[in-house]
Design a protein around this ligand. Structure first.
Ligand SMILES: [Zn+2]
Length: 149
């Protein structure tokens, strides 16, 4: 169910695709995520526990279907165990090799072929075509963070 929302969101808007790829945790962050408790965390607490930005939670994970609640002050709260389960489910299908990108039509990782490197402002990405269905695909290879002014 959350994964389905992920796919819908990704299909509806390339922004979410970008976010889900950027939201993939590295080994250290995954290790920290696995220590989350069965209790409610604020986005800030969750971000601190895992070592990610609160922005990723608000603009990435929650729109992508991360289970959350709002308290009576309308603040978002996220259960640590539910987050862990959601994350592993949502990201399980997105195992990509270095030479692969994700095809939304085929719903799986496919080889990058005939790639062209493109740049859009601070974003560097590879443009390729799915070897199975021909869909145009992008893979972000570099993205400069904000606040570099
Ligand atoms: Zn395809």
């Amino acid at each position: 169910m959350p994964a389905r929302q992920v796919w819908q969101a990704m299909n509806n808007n390339g922004f979410f695709y970008k976010m889900i790829l950027q939201g993939r945790l590295n080994g250290k962050q995954k290790y920290r995520m696995k220590r989350l408790l069965d209790m409610m965390y604020s986005p800030k607490e969750l971000a601190n526990e895992i070592g990610i930005s609160t922005d990723m939670i608000y603009r990435g994970y929650i729109p992508l279907g991360c289970p959350h609640e709002r308290n009576n002050l309308n603040y978002i709260l996220i259960n640590g165990k539910q987050f862990l389960e959601w994350y592993e489910h949502a990201y399980k299908k997105i195992h990509l090799g270095k030479d692969e990108t994700f095809c939304l039509t085929c719903k799986k990782g496919v080889k990058i072929v005939n790639q062209k490197q493109m740049q859009n402002k601070d974003l560097v990405y590879l443009l390729s075509a799915c070897p199975i269905c021909g869909r145009k695909l992008t893979k972000i290879i570099a993205s400069k963070g904000r606040g570099s002014r």
